[in-house]
Write a protein that binds this ligand. Structure first.
Ligand code: UT7
Length: 328
């Protein structure tokens, strides 16, 4: 028995924020952004919407593509760093919007690695006969925690959501390996200081801008290039699969330079790699499922293809998933 992707979906806000517009807002330049990150534009969620709305829209597409009914969902897992509220879990809002009354629902907080964590948790649930279908969503309204006066962060991020319906299968297709890791010594490199139990929201936290994402870009950059290759190698060692066997590589989309370095080290060619960072920026936990959903939509996957997804993020967390594409 293997856990299997039954259907993918994604939702992207319509509003485009391009580099030219950012030049008007903050001390940056289109040239710097493109050279240092590869990002051309990103999407910004509408004021009337929130993370669970994007998650809901991505989920509807994934459920339709899976061929199952909403009533058949046993569990909803939302991976997000930008929940609608600290509690209840965003997954509960998604459950309500879907009317998925038979599903339990909870969130996973693992930063940009959230979707990999979510898939891994879902896979374990699917080993149990009580859970037949699990909806895993990566969704972010990251623009809500970005300081648009801070050029070192605001040019990087964008909003979006991707969703996967997972079920069980008996064929070759399905999840072949998952690998998760964390280095808590890196919590100080990417975090949202205000609004939690350590620094509850107050006038002072607002004045100090503690409700905005803080990032030590250089530290994360160093970590990211190393860990993307290490996670991939770990998965290759677990499965006997080699880098040249991979048909589609979906690395976390935070910076084109990180993606290119990983591709070079692993000798995975451009045509086998999904790149969305140029068009959508870093959508945190939504990057991988949006990338996979777009690949499916564009007909880039055929039965038997090997897909490797690798991510890293706040925590510092990291992880990967290897799956063989196809239906049961
Ligand atoms: O998914 C979450 C994980 N996050 C990441 O993966 C982010 C990883 N880090 C990165 O992608 C890169 O470190 C950044 C894109 C954040 C920064 O690029 P960098 O090449 O590492 O630049 P830097 O931080 O070393 O800064 C170089 C210069 C500095 O100016 P000085 O001190 O050399 O005069 C910065 O102030 O670039 C300046 N700078 C900018 N200039 C124009 C920083 N941000 C900007 C900007 N526009 N937006």
């Amino acid at each position: 028995m293997k856990a299997l992707v039954k259907g993918m979906g994604h939702a992207l806000p319509e509003r485009i924020l391009d580099n030219k517009e950012l030049e008007q807002m903050v001390d940056t330049s289109e040239k710097w952004i493109i050279e240092r990150t590869g990002i051309r534009e990103r999407r910004i969620i509408d004021e009337s919407e929130t993370t669970s709305d994007l998650a809901y829209r991505a989920s509807l597409m994934a459920i339709e593509n899976s061929g199952i009914s909403i009533e058949e969902l046993d569990l909803i897992i939302v991976a997000t760093a930008t929940p609608d509220m600290l509690f209840p879990a965003t997954a509960c809002f998604v459950q309500e919007k879907l009317g998925a009354w038979n599903a339990a629902a909870f969130d996973v907080s693992a930063g940009c690695t959230g979707f990999v964590y979510g898939i891994t948790v879902a896979e374990k649930f699917l080993l149990s006969p009580e859970y037949k279908y699990v909806l895993v969503i990566g969704a972010e309204a990251i623009s809500r925690i970005i300081d648009y006066n801070d050029p070192t962060t605001c040019v990087l991020f964008g909003d979006g959501a991707g969703a996967a319906v997972l079920g069980r299968g008996d064929s070759e297709a399905g999840i072949m390996a998952t690998y998760l890791g964390t280095d808590g010594r890196g919590t100080k490199h990417l975090y949202l200081p205000g609004g939690g139990a350590s620094q509850p929201a107050s006038l002072e936290t607002m004045e100090k801008g503690l409700h905005f994402l803080k990032m030590n870009g250089n530290e994360i950059f160093r970590f990211a290039t190393k860990i993307t290759v290490e996670v991939s190698e770990k998965i290759f060692a677990m499965t006997g699969i080699k880098a040249e066997d991979i048909d589609l590589f979906i690395p976390h989309q935070s910076n084109m330079r990180i993606i290119k370095t990983a591709m070079k080290w692993m000798k995975i060619p451009e045509e086998k790699t999904i790149v969305t960072v140029d068009q959508y920026g870093n959508m945190s936990a939504a990057c991988l499922p949006v990338g996979l959903s777009l690949a499916v939509q564009e007909g880039r996957l055929k039965a038997g293809d090997l897909v490797l997804m690798v991510a890293f993020g706040a925590g510092l967390t990291y992880g990967g998933v290897l799956l063989r594409w196809g239906s049961d």
